[in-house]
Every structure is written in structure tokens, then in C-alpha cells.
Design a protein around this ligand. Structure first.
Ligand SMILES: [Zn+2]
Ligand SMILES: [Zn+2]
Length: 113
């Protein structure tokens, strides 16, 4: 994947190291030591819109019996066009995280890879 990224300090375009972070890619310049976050161009994979909202999606695990418990959240990008229903559901239930469409069932393979 061709990247057109340059260090904003010294203009270096090749001696750059990218590290995947939680919220994007952190780049560091080996020439001058400058580090910065690469703005991730987020677009909807379905319609190409860049009108995305990052919302916390609940990580649900089935505990003993039939109890489902929210063990955490992870950020997901929802398209205001394609995921309008989910966004509305999220905003209705705020500040609770968005619940996933499919809840884990017993015997299903674990998602935490
Ligand atoms: Zn630099
Ligand atoms: Zn979309």
C-alpha cells in the first residue's frame, strides 16, 4: 500500500516507522526523532461515506447459566448512513455502550484472538 507521508519536521519520507496503536498508527521519523499520529482516513466500507461515528461497543460474555455480562467495550466506527439504526439505538441508550447484534452463545469460538 503506497503511503504518501512525510515528516512534518524534516520532510523525511522514507525513514519512517509506523506502529499500530489503539487509536491509529503512530509514526516516528528516524531522521529527526519526530513522532506523530497518522490520521486514519476512516471511510465506510459499504458506501464510502466519511461520516462515521466512533461509539463504544459492549464486549459481552456469557457467564454462568444464562447471564450475559458486559466485560468491557471496544470502539467501533459506525456509518451514519448504513448503521443509522445502530447509531440511533446507541444514542437512545447512552451512556450505556452499544450492545452487539449477536450475543455469544455457549460453545461459540472465542473472539479474543
Ligand atoms: Zn523528521
Ligand atoms: Zn455507509
Amino acid at each position: 500500500m503506497p503511503l504518501s507521508i512525510e515528516c512534518s519536521v524534516c520532510g523525511e519520507g522514507e525513514a519512517l516507522v509506523g506502529v499500530q496503536r489503539f487509536d491509529g498508527i503512530e509514526l516516528s521519523c528516524e531522521s529527526c526523532g519526530n513522532t506523530w499520529m497518522r490520521p486514519t482516513a476512516k471511510t465506510c466500507a459499504t458506501c464510502g461515506s466519511d461520516d462515521l461515528q466512533t461509539v463504544p461497543l459492549a464486549i459481552v460474555e456469557r457467564s454462568r447459566g444464562t447471564q450475559l455480562s458486559v466485560v468491557g467495550t471496544r470502539p467501533v466506527d459506525l456509518c451514519s448512513v448504513c448503521d443509522a439504526a445502530q447509531l440511533e439505538r446507541y444514542h437512545t441508550n447512552r451512556p450505556n455502550p452499544l450492545m452487539p447484534d449477536s450475543l455469544p452463545t455457549v460453545g461459540e469460538e472465542q473472539m479474543n484472538g
